[in-house]
Write a protein that binds this ligand. Structure first.
Ligand code: ATP
Ligand code: MG
Ligand code: FE
Length: 344
């Protein structure tokens, strides 16, 4: 099937066309620059940007694929989780298109789209695989029984997401939003053993109670305290070393727990997705640990890791192929859509 995918959960307005496992077009417009000076995404500004970009982005996705709306078999749109005002723009737009063109419409889960998109690069999922989703809003280990029908949560963060932790430390170091990529770059020149950064939920009692859960707020606090103590006595902050030590801690615990999960669930593969999977320290650590544990690690190219329309279209293709019913014409947005809910 040919599916048009539309994405507007946060600050990217994106649209793409997927035919089967083939990406025919992929257009992304970001309002990131408009938020940078506020240190975070401002929902009102993002919603307005979606309203302005929706028609040009969808039109370009169709044009790049040499298609008209009549040529697609279905439309998919992110129905959640995300910012309510942003979701409302994308979902209303998609409903209008579907109604006008008489096409079935699927309101899909954005986070599950981050998993589905790996098929464009690596092909269909191995049976009963685990997936690690790491993004600005989520850090979860999931069991993928069937990407169109059955997803179970194996572990999740008890507080901050990995990307959120990086963004908060980046702010302390004076990097503009989003700070994750800046930490990545500086970490490449630093010494990961320079500063002792704790690894959340790995030791003692809590470690046994939450073998697959994550916790990053303590990591952030530890780094923040270390920086403040040095600043208080007028010492210089070794930025590269702070970044390298933080990145090493976060990447290590993510890779270790993902591999532990694969072992327990008998999964010989690990699907990786979400904006934070663009992180080079995490990519290196996962590939290294995967090699050691005999687990095939599928991390897509960076363009497919961050928010895009291809992830939405790909999950839409999976839903059509699985014979899942389209969403009701009046389906609502769900800004807190649970990870076990694949479509509306
Ligand atoms: P969700 O998908 O959970 O709704 P989101 O859409 O906001 O959240 P993404 O766009 O998938 O999240 O990812 C954005 C996050 O990824 C930000 O926290 C950003 O700092 C982080 N990020 C992007 N590139 C890198 C990198 N190279 N290193 C570290 N973090 C990165
Ligand atoms: Mg974004
Ligand atoms: Fe995302």
């Amino acid at each position: 099937p040919i599916v048009l995918g539309i994405e507007s959960t946060c600050d990217e307005t994106a649209a793409a066309i997927v035919r089967g496992r083939e990406l025919l077009s992929n257009v992304v417009a970001s309002s990131m620059d408009e938020h940078a000076r506020y240190g975070g995404v401002i929902p009102e500004i993002a919603s307005r940007a979606h309203a302005q970009s929706f028609v040009p982005v969808v039109s370009k996705a169709l044009a790049d694929a040499h298609m008209e709306l009549a040529d697609v078999d279905a439309i998919a749109v992110s129905a959640g989780p995300g910012l309510a005002g942003c979701l409302a723009v994308g979902v209303s737009g998609a409903k209008s298109l579907a109604w006008a063109a008489g096409k079935p419409l699927y309101g899909i889960n954005h986070v599950i789209g981050h998993i589905a998109v790996t098929q464009l690069q690596f092909g269909d999922f191995p049976k009963d695989t685990l997936a690690l989703i790491v993004s600005g809003g989520h850090t979860s280990l999931l069991h993928v029984g069937d990407v169109a029908k059955q997803i179970d949560v194996v572990g999740t963060t008890l507080d901050d997401a990995a990307g959120e932790c990086f963004d908060k430390v980046a702010r302390l170091l004076g990097f503009p939003y989003p700070g994750g990529p800046h930490i990545d770059r500086h970490a490449q020149q630093g010494d990961p053993t320079a500063i002792k950064v704790p690894q959340g939920l790995t030791q003692g009692r809590a470690g046994r109670e939450h073998p697959y859960d994550f916790s990053f707020s303590g990591v952030k606090t530890a780094v923040a305290r270390w920086i403040e103590e040095r600043q208080d006595v007028g010492l210089e902050i070794p930025v590269d070393d702070v970044c390298a030590s933080l990145a090493d801690s976060v990447a290590s615990v993510l890779a270790r727990k993902a591999m532990l999960g694969c072992e327990q669930y008998g999964s010989k593969s690990l699907i990786v997705g979400g904006g934070f999977s663009a992180n080079s320290q995490l990519r290196a650590k996962l590939l290294e640990e995967g090699e050691r544990c005999g687990v095939e690690v599928r991390i897509p190219q960076i363009k497919l890791c961050t928010d895009n329309g291809a992830m939405v279209a790909m999950l839409g293709v999976n839903l059509v192929e699985a014979g899942v019913a389209p969403s009701a014409p009046d389906f609502p947005i769900d800004s807190a859509m649970p990870l076990t809910k694949i479509s509306m």
